[in-house]
Design a protein around this ligand. Structure first.
Ligand code: DC
Length: 220
């Protein structure tokens, strides 16, 4: 049996996981599967169609009608309804509701199925529970952390925000909500990487070295 070609990247907002996951996908020529996009797309669809973020069954029904796939880009990335993810998935409106939507077990079960389908042929899969729940057999699991100050700075830069205090408050609010409704599940065999004092290139270099060691078949 061929081994699963999945690299799981988990971590909090602003830990650098998206930057690393995309960089690794490019370096390894594997699809980049950002599972946060799926939770955000469901949240936006719920807001647009008036589905209550507290109604797990209605959300699951909505989720079962959403189509997720991978693009033809290099590296391939998640598509929602056959199109690139809309910038509105990153809006404050979605940000404020996404952890509520993500807490329902019915929703998570469908997400897990969809994420397995997208990642199983091979990919760098980014999220919160990828190494622990979605792909517990992934040969490489990285769990990214960073100091709160670094995470706020990165978030502000990413969003082009004018007021870092606003970003800090929003990040703390979401951290608190995620921790309450949706605690991270770290896989016991995940390698924890603190990215606070590392540059993007440094982090990528460390990650590539780990993958090279554990998945030499990708470099053959
Ligand atoms: O990584 P992100 O900020 O785009 O994630 C958005 C939200 O989705 C976050 O609040 C938690 C949730 N999420 C999750 O519960 N499980 C995942 N695998 C990915 C995201």
């Amino acid at each position: 049996m061929t081994r699963l070609r999945v690299i799981a990247i988990d971590g909090a907002a602003g830990s650098g996981k998206s930057t690393l996951a995309r960089g690794l996908a490019e370096a390894l020529r594997l699809p980049y599967v950002n599972t946060g996009i799926m939770y955000r797309a469901l949240t936006l669809a719920a807001l647009d169609t008036g589905v209550d973020p507290d109604d797990g069954n209605a959300l699951a029904e909505l989720m079962s009608r959403l189509r997720f796939g991978l693009s033809d880009d290099d590296p391939p990335e998640i598509e929602v309804e056959g199109a690139r993810p809309s910038p509105s998935l990153m809006s404050e409106r979605v940000e404020a509701e996404v952890s509520h939507v993500a807490r329902h077990p019915q929703v998570r079960a469908l997400m897990r199925e969809g994420q397995r389908r997208l990642g199983a042929p091979g990919g760098v899969v980014e999220g919160r529970d990828i190494g622990s729940v979605v792909f517990p057999d992934a040969p490489v699991k990285l769990y990214l952390t960073a100091e709160p100050r670094t995470r706020v700075e990165r978030r502000a830069e990413q969003r082009g925000a004018v007021d870092p205090i606003d970003v800090e408050e929003a990040l703390h609010r979401r951290d608190a909500r995620d921790a309450r409704v949706n605690p991270f599940e770290t896989a016991p065999d995940a390698i924890v990487l603190d990215t606070s004092d590392r540059t993007v290139d440094d982090t990528l270099e460390v990650a590539v070295a780990i993958v090279r060691d554990r998945m030499p078949e990708l470099f053959a």
